[in-house]
Ligand binder design. Structure first.
Ligand SMILES: [Zn+2]
Length: 281
């Protein structure tokens, strides 16, 4: 297709953005591109992909969207989730322009009004996480990296599956008198699955552990370490990872003032491909 006489009319980057992590955790991105990742507008096929509920749920839609619209990124699957969230907004911007429209329903008079939100405002509220301070424990330095889009999607899917299991236990046994310990056992096993995958996610987000005798990078060694340290340290790592995983809630929090009755309302908008610009719960 390289000889296509129409090639010069093919889409070109319409904006350039800097990633929240600065690409520090993805050495496969060419360093000359790090300060400005070019973002192309979506094609018709990209738009259709974004409407496929299965592809959205397993994260494939988002990954293929980045592959199509950000040719500077060689391996979208291995990108940090927070970078992909920023790229998703940038792709919306490149495709439809910088303004998003949110229809707000007043909680007091129920009047509906449209508000314009500039995507730049949201992008500027992303944290800068080029450098992550290590978690210190007993002379060790635990160096973290933000979770990848693949790891976050997997965890979300497991979470969904476990919720489904818990619901089906409730539906099946809700009316019956079930032995309490049997019910507890089933719930326990479901929550344990989530906890185990959480450890897996944590192990994946530990870049390496600095010890007085040298650095440890091996995944299995780190997993075993996580299973044998006090919960307090795991919680500390967990909290840090939460911050590195997703854009902060503040980034999409806006206050709307009703033009009819002037009631003010603070709203957290959900910005994701499933529900591009709905109201978060
Ligand atoms: Zn009102």
């Amino acid at each position: 297709m390289t000889n296509n006489p129409l090639q010069k009319y093919f889409r070109k980057p319409s904006i350039y953005i800097k990633l929240p992590t600065g690409g520090k955790f993805n050495p496969e991105i060419s360093t000359s591109q790090l300060d400005e990742i070019g973002v192309l507008p979506m094609t018709a096929i990209d738009e259709i992909t974004l409407k496929n509920p299965d592809a959205l749920l397993n994260g494939e839609a988002l990954i293929s969207l980045v592959a199509s619209c950000c040719p500077d990124i060689p391996n979208p699957r291995g990108m940090c989730n927070i970078d992909v969230e920023a790229l998703f907004l940038a792709i919306q911007y490149a495709t439809y322009g910088s303004e998003l429209t949110h229809t707000h329903t007043c909680k007091s008079c129920e009047e509906q009004s449209d508000f314009n939100i500039d995507i730049n405002v949201i992008l500027n509220r992303f944290p800068d996480i080029e450098k992550v301070e290590p978690v210190e424990f007993d002379g060790l330095k635990i160096h973290l990296q933000p979770p990848t889009v693949e790891a976050i999607t997997r965890l979300a899917l497991i979470d969904l599956e476990q919720q489904r299991i818990v619901r089906s236990i409730q539906d099946t046994y809700g009316d019956e008198v079930m032995k309490e310990d049997e019910l507890a056992r089933r719930f326990y096993s479901s929550f344990r699955t989530i906890a185990e995958h959480n450890v897996e996610l944590l192990a994946n987000t530990i870049n390496y552990i600095e010890t007085p005798d040298g650095d440890v990078t091996d995944y299995d060694t780190i997993s075993e370490f996580l299973e044998n340290i006090p919960t307090k340290v795991v919680n500390e790592i967990n909290e840090k990872i939460q911050f590195l995983s997703k854009k902060p809630e503040d980034a999409t929090t806006f206050e709307f003032s009703c033009p009819e009755c002037e009631t003010k309302d603070k709203v957290v908008l959900e910005v994701n491909p499933v529900n591009f610009f709905g109201t978060g719960s």
